[in-house]
Write a protein that binds this ligand. Structure first.
Ligand code: AMP
Length: 436
């Protein structure tokens, strides 16, 4: 199938050709015709599958014809859970609307100054990309005119609900005309997403691109069993020394660990930087720009900050800490293998991670192949899953850590202070590490 066969406007086709897209991805091939027919959509798709264009191209098709309603308000509204994702959606809107006359895209995100946003909203807007909290503020202040709104997109709806945006999303949808089309994209359609969809969508068409298990076929997944922090750090250093890695994202579970580890790697001579929710938007953007330009080779990030990152150079994802939620594993590894490239996702797991690992493996329907590196093999294998009613992790507790081996399991989120040399002392902290 070609984009021309989807009957897209010639100006959109011209922009797509410039992007180098030759044919629609499966989600685009299925979603675009339904969306163009005006149907509400419930599509299950991950980032990396081309989902942004799957909703943005039908949106652009609407914008190719002038609105019959006289207003300056947005004709398309895209809600995203994070600022990073919103920025990527806006970038996509700019790209695809390049040859359409008068398509103004505006982002309204938390953390940006209100006066600037007020100014942006006082001018004619076609595409409004927003995070829910900040948009609600502007709606309540009467700054948004939805009278010509034709389409609402809920991007990564499951994540928006995870982040506690359900009420905000409902309020926003209620403020929009009943005639608008709603396109909902989500990794899963369980629990509250299904409820939201039922309440908000009109006879939606359901599109499921691939079963959980079939996803990420272009990403090789590996698991390294680690004994303790020291072992983990040695493995990380070994992996990062590999020249096959063009760029990597290393995931930690806490913001503090992201800072510490980025600093530690920087001290070892890596072009590393941290990315997490405690950094302000300017710092985050600067880091992401450096990552895109290749000036940052190793990004150490937490889940929230790394969501939506779409940088083709990311050849490796390393789960320094396993994610708490199995869905996040799928999101994390999807940061590599973008746009058809192949990628490698490496995860570290110690005996303390047994339950998390099992949950992840159940979710992806795959036992992640175990890997070892000569000279850095684990001293102990992973213990088996606990028997129902048995001890928490079964067997004698041993957490592979000198400090934790004798007693009960220690809490998650262990500090690096013992295992990682502290970084940045006397340098005013290490939130940001400009590459050398
Ligand atoms: P997304 O899933 O929207 O985050 O998109 C993932 C990546 O695929 C982005 O870099 C897009 O620019 C790229 N992409 C989207 N659609 C296509 C296509 N039809 N052909 C090639 N690349 C695409």
């Amino acid at each position: 199938m070609t984009f021309a066969e989807l009957n897209l406007h010639p100006s959109i086709l011209k922009a797509l050709a410039e992007c180098g897209y030759t044919e629609p991805t499966p989600i685009q091939a299925q979603a675009i015709p339904e969306a163009l027919a005006g149907r509400d959509l419930m599509a299950s798709a991950q980032t990396g599958t081309g989902k942004t264009a799957a909703f943005m191209l039908p949106a652009m098709q609407r914008l190719a014809t002038p609105s019959p309603v006289k207003s300056r308000g947005p004709r398309v509204l895209v809600l995203t859970p994070t600022r990073e994702l919103a920025t990527q959606v806006s970038d996509a809107a700019f790209k695809y609307s390049k040859y359409l006359p008068k398509v103004k895209t505006v982002s309204i995100l938390g953390g940006m100054p209100y006066p600037l946003q007020n100014k942006l909203l006082s001018q004619p807007v076609e595409v409004l990309v927003a995070t829910p909290g900040r948009l609600i503020d502007h709606i309540e202040r009467g700054r948004i005119d939805f009278s010509r709104l034709e389409m609402v997109v809920l991007d990564e709806a499951d994540r928006m609900l995870d982040m506690g945006f359900l009420e905000d999303v409902e309020t926003i949808l209620k403020a929009t005309p009943a005639s608008r089309q709603v396109l909902l994209f989500s990794a899963t359609f369980e629990g509250s997403v299904a409820k939201l969809a039922e309440n908000m969508l009109k006879e939606p068409v359901r599109i499921q691109i691939a079963a959980q298990k079939a996803r990420h076929e272009n990403i090789e997944q590996r698991l390294h069993v680690v004994d303790d922090m020291e072992h983990k750090n040695k493995l990380l250093e070994y992996l990062l020394a590999d020249t096959e890695i063009s760029q990597a994202i290393v995931f930690t579970s806490t913001k503090r660990d992201a800072d510490d580890l980025a600093g530690y790697l920087y001290d070892l001579g890596h072009h590393s930087a941290a990315l997490h929710g405690d950094m302000n938007q300017r710092e985050r953007n600067r880091t992401l720009t450096q990552l895109r330009r290749g000036a940052v080779r190793v990004l150490v990030a937490t889940d929230v900050a790394a969501r939506g990152i779409d940088v083709p150079g990311i050849s490796h994802v390393i789960n320094y800490d396993l994610p708490k939620f199995a869905e996040d594993y799928v999101h994390r590894i999807g940061r590599t293998g973008r746009a058809g490239a192949s990628g490698i996702a490496v995860s570290f797991a110690s005996n303390r991670d047994g339950m998390h690992l099992k949950r992840i493996e159940r979710f992806i329907g795959l036992e992640i192949p175990r890997h070892t590196i000569a000279g850095l093999e684990p001293k102990r294998p992973l213990r088996a899953e606990p028997k129902p009613g048995g001890k928490r992790f079964g067997g004698k507790p041993s957490y592979g850590n000198k400090n934790g081996g004798a007693g009960k399991p220690r809490n998650e989120g262990y500090s690096h202070s013992r295992a990682l040399p502290r970084h940045g002392e006397g340098k005013g902290g290490h939130k940001k590490h400009a590459p050398r």
